[in-house]
Design a protein around this ligand. Structure first.
Ligand code: SF4
Length: 329
């Protein structure tokens, strides 16, 4: 069942519900073991809320999140009680966007990384010390610096500490929410390489959330594009970038910076505003901005349909329109 997250809008003295912000609206997709699924879209499109719904850090309004636990059992995360949820959270972790604010400045690096192991009662004493030291080394940091505080580290090093903490409980799935967005470009590349190496060594699956198309193209095996709370296209990375089938993806890709300055940019400028998730338009949410919109688009919401091998798009005319791929590819 597709996931929905509607936030109520409260008004007046009695705080009556006056409507809903449809942050995640009927989204359904799968992430395979060992793969990176990139989630891209403009800010406010629901990517972060969706990532948090999967981890149940935000309680979805309805739907199912099916996750295979470490015993190989398929569980619906949304039906678990507190104890079961705590146990499954060892397998599902989150890497935050901002390495400057996500680490407690009053805790030593040892305590930051050890916290999930101690809180879950998983280990203590010399075993804990050994595990934390090996996690530091796993992320390329010197284990002699464990008694230092976060301020003694650079942004990239702090993000490595955040990654070590996420790996502490030996998860199989990690949500990376804008995990490199706050870093310099050269440091971004190092962190992306580290995430790829860890994935290969530990068979991790990532949900990689980013607004940066270059980063998404580099790291993802498959990509999902979101617009106003809806998933509008999913495909293998190469297929999506070379031959998008949804007009919104086409416009998004046309805005990707081109490394070669001799290549003329062919950016598609969309008219109109991004739809309001509290009051979305009828039919296809993209129709007020879509250069290909027809009467049907104003009346009926398009379903996600197959348009190629493993390629799906929610557009009435997907596969019929002559769209172009990412410029510069
Ligand atoms: Fe554009 Fe219509 Fe397709 Fe929506 S359904 S993306 S409005 S062509």
């Amino acid at each position: 069942k597709a996931v929905k997250k509607y936030f109520p809008i409260r008004k007046g003295f009695l705080q009556r519900t006056a409507g809903y912000v449809k942050a995640v609206d009927d989204v359904q997709f799968a992430i395979r073991p060992g793969e990176t699924f990139g989630l891209v879209g403009e800010s406010g499109c629901g990517k972060t809320t969706l990532g948090r719904c999967i981890l149940r850090a935000v309680e979805p309004s309805s739907g199912e999140v099916l996750f295979r636990d470490r015993k190989g059992m398929m569980r619906n995360v949304l039906e678990l009680d507190r104890r079961e949820l705590r146990a499954i959270r060892r397998d599902m972790q989150l890497i935050f966007q901002d390495p400057y604010s996500s680490l407690n400045p009053r805790m030593t690096v040892f305590n930051i990384i050890a916290e999930p192991l101690v809180c879950n009662g998983l280990m203590g004493g010399s075993e804990l010390k050994q595990r934390v030291s090996s996690l530091m080394e796993m992320v390329g940091l010197n284990s002699r610096h464990l008694e230092r505080y976060p301020h003694a580290f650079s942004g990239g090093q702090r993000q490595r500490i955040g990654i070590a903490r996420a790996l502490a409980t030996d998860p199989s799935f990690i949500v990376c929410d804008e995990a490199v967005s706050a870093l310099d470009v050269s440091v971004q590349a190092q962190i992306l390489n580290l995430l790829e190496d860890l994935q290969a060594d530990l068979n991790l699956s990532y949900l990689f959330i980013s607004h940066d198309l270059g980063v998404i193209q580099h790291i993802s095996d498959r990509v999902g594009v979101m617009y106003v709370g809806k998933m509008v296209e999913t495909a293998e990375t190469e297929s999506l970038f070379a031959s998008p089938r949804h007009p919104y993806t086409e416009a998004l890709l046309s805005a990707k910076p081109i490394p070669d300055p001799r290549h003329k940019s062919d950016r598609i400028i969309l008219s109109g505003e991004v739809a309001n998730p509290a009051n979305p338009p009828t039919g296809c949410y993209f129709h007020p901005r879509c250069p290909y919109a027809k009467e049907l688009c104003r009346q009926e919401a398009p379903e996600m349909k197959a348009v190629g091998d493993g390629h799906y798009a929610a557009c009435h005319f997907a596969g019929e329109l002559e769209l172009r791929g990412a410029a510069g590819l």
